[in-house]
Design a protein around this ligand. Structure first.
Ligand code: OAD
Length: 239
């Protein structure tokens, strides 16, 4: 392990452009449940009942109950050592981009600055009628929150299954991935596209790709270096 850490440190010192991709695993040590694996949200709930545009159209109260519950769970949680180490890395690298699949807002809470949120943010609400977007940290929100401008029904500003990711967000992410020298892929199972294949894109474009995860993923053998363990233990070793 020590030799692999050294190799990543060396590459980090030489890199002008670094991309980090994070998934639910980086927030696990803060107390955020992951989606898959033991204790995973999608083991407890059916995503198709709660995180699709169809389920929201059918039963918005139920979907809001789920999101209000998640907001309540997330509100008191704090960034962990891995989130904080990425804030330090951002200061050390000339051009640093953090691409996250997480909607929990913990990277912002930690102090990371250049963040691309692929799946939105649970603390932002979007009007289903006028499209107005705004941050609202009220916990809990009313059973059916309404837009202050047009009284339309608000929804969480997150990407649901079956929905397209924001094209501008994706374009920005690929721009960074294609030009980076090093990419760290932290705490993601590599099962949801397009994030799952972003590491392979970076590799194809010539970057060194390093995975940090508790366990192997479908991409472990394809990346250059795999660091196995908790993100909160490993990421701080790289700063
Ligand atoms: P998953 O729950 O699929 O995977 C979490 C990954 O984190 C697994 O590979 C774990 O091994 C790893 N892990 C857990 N604890 C860790 C720790 N302390 N340190 C390092 N790694 C750890 O979560 P994602 O890959 O983020 O999408 O899931 C991708 C998307 O699926 C989510 O963004 C969400 C979900 O459905 C949407 O909601 C659109």
């Amino acid at each position: 392990m020590q030799d692999r850490i050294l190799a990543v440190e060396e590459k980090l010192a030489q890199s002008k452009r670094v991309v980090v991709l994070t998934g639910a695993g980086i927030s696990a040590e803060s107390g955020v449940p992951t989606f898959r694996g033991e204790g995973g949200l999608w083991r407890q709930f059916r995503a198709t009942d709660l995180a699709t545009p169809e389920s929201f159209a059918r039963d918005p109260k139920l979907v809001w109950e789920f999101y209000n519950w998640r907001r309540e769970l997330l509100a008191p949680l704090r960034p962990n050592a891995a989130h904080l180490a990425l804030v330090e890395l951002e200061k050390q690298v000339p051009h640093f981009t953090l691409i996250t699949q997480n909607i929990d807002g913990l990277h912002q809470k930690a102090g990371s600055r250049n963040i691309i949120e692929l799946h939105g943010n649970i603390w932002w609400l979007r009007c289903t009628q006028c499209g107005r977007l705004g941050e609202d940290r009220t916990v809990p929100l009313p059973a059916l929150p309404r837009c202050a401008a047009c009284n339309g029904l608000l929804r969480p500003h997150v990407v649901w299954f079956g929905e397209m990711l924001d094209a501008a967000v994706i374009e920005k992410a690929y721009g960074e991935i294609q030009t980076c020298d090093l990419m760290l892929v932290i705490g993601t199972s590599g099962t949801v596209q397009p994030a799952a294949s972003m590491g392979m894109h970076a590799k194809g474009a010539g970057a060194m790709v390093v995975e940090i995860n508790l366990e192997p993923t479908p991409y472990t053998d394809s990346f250059h270096i795999s660091l196995t363990g908790k993100a909160g233990d490993i990421v701080p070793l790289l700063t």
